[in-house]
Design a protein around this ligand. Structure first.
Ligand SMILES: Cc1cc2nc3c(=O)[nH]c(=O)nc-3n(C[C@H](O)[C@H](O)[C@H](O)COP(=O)(O)O)c2cc1C
Length: 329
């Protein structure tokens, strides 16, 4: 049982979540039955697998390998397409209605226009929120690089999706960029209601016996504990750049990890890879650990901790700024 004196509930874009823990897209979000189990296991919200205008088969095997304490994957957004996804989301909402777990529908397309079409069609299922996946590192886009790569392309998708639906949208950003804060600012200005950071980090593994990359797609996305410091840094930088809420995702597997994300500036926390090991009750366990920490440290509401690391350790000047100050440059 979550302790009475601690209130884990938060509001995200007008939607009340019983706790800030969200099942990240692509992990068990492929069927209503699985999302129901994660919801009943203690999640505040569940996100479905990203869906595209038409069904996609994804890349040939191998698509996922275990690497260190995490994964390297290039699934290639295999999904049954938006028409099937509408039914999956309707069924998920029906199954989770009695416990008030929010349902987030994730979308993907290869073109700006395709994003708008999927958003409009998916809205028929009335998910609480729509997550816009512009940051998958493993699939082709009309620009050759993910839309999350530049402020302009990220903003173009955001504007098109905003025009296509009345449901609040979360734009999911990539860590594989030089300046994530600039991209966060661009999507906020283009109308995003929230930001999710981060998607997977680009990587590769080579089989030295075969002398070739292991994944059929050659490159993949790294997830799990190894990427947590990258995710925390990205959330921290986005928090300084925007005032819309941030969902912190990447390597979270404990209550302490979730609190760290929140102190970096996240309002809610996505959990993906940890569910592969911990099962459908992972998010409930993390919520319990958060409550224990809060009770032990006199925090009553999650909102008291959001961005706290900024107050306690304001950004330090860079070595260049220090040198300029000392008139060395
Ligand atoms: C096998 C796998 C499939 C994924 N599929 C999606 C997807 O369809 N859409 C998406 O936005 N992110 C997808 N992701 C990324 C996760 O949602 C998340 O951003 C990333 O794994 C980092 O979180 P984690 O370290 O908790 O796993 C996928 C990740 C994995 C491991």
């Amino acid at each position: 049982m979550i302790r009475d004196e601690v209130d884990l509930s938060i509001e995200l874009c007008g939607v009340r979540l019983r706790n800030p823990l969200i099942l990240a897209s692509g992990i068990l979000g492929t069927s209503a039955a699985l999302m129901e189990r994660v919801g009943r296991g203690g999640a505040g919200a569940v996100t479905s697998k990203s869906c595209s205008p038409l069904p996609r088969v994804g890349h040939p095997n191998p698509t996922v390998i275990k690497w260190g304490p995490g994964f390297l994957n290039a699934v290639g957004l295999a999904n049954p397409g938006v028409e099937a996804q509408v039914e999956i989301l309707r069924e998920t909402r029906r199954r989770l209605a009695d416990i008030g777990v929010a349902v987030i529908g994730s979308i993907f397309a290869e073109t700006v226009e395709g994003f708008a079409r999927v958003a409009e069609r998916l809205s028929a299922a009335a998910p609480d929120l729509i997550e816009v996946n512009i940051s998958c590192p493993n699939v082709a886009h009309e620009l050759g690089t993910p839309f999350s790569s530049t402020p302009e392309s990220a903003a173009a998708v955001t504007r098109a999706v905003k025009a296509a639906t009345d449901i609040p949208i979360i734009v999911k950003l990539s860590p594989n960029v030089t300046d994530i804060a600039a991209i966060a600012r661009a999507v906020e200005e283009a109308g995003a209601d929230a930001i999710a950071a981060i998607n997977t980090v680009s990587g590769m593994a080579i089989d030295i016996e075969a002398a070739r990359p292991i994944l059929s797609n050659l490159e993949g996305g790294i997830s799990g504990p190894a990427i947590k410091p990258i995710a925390v840094r990205c959330v921290y930088q986005c928090y300084q750049a925007v005032s819309i809420p941030i969902i912190g995702i990447g390597g979270v597997s404990s209550g302490a990890d979730a609190i760290e994300m929140i102190m970096a500036g996240a309002r809610a926390v996505g959990v993906g890879s940890a569910v592969f090991w911990g099962g459908v009750e992972t998010l409930g366990r993390i919520a319990q650990e958060m409550a224990d920490f809060m009770a032990g440290h006199d925090y009553r509401h999650v909102s008291e901790m959001i961005g706290l690391a900024h107050r306690l350790s304001p950004p330090q000047p860079s070595p260049v700024e220090i040198a300029m100050e000392a008139k060395e440059l």
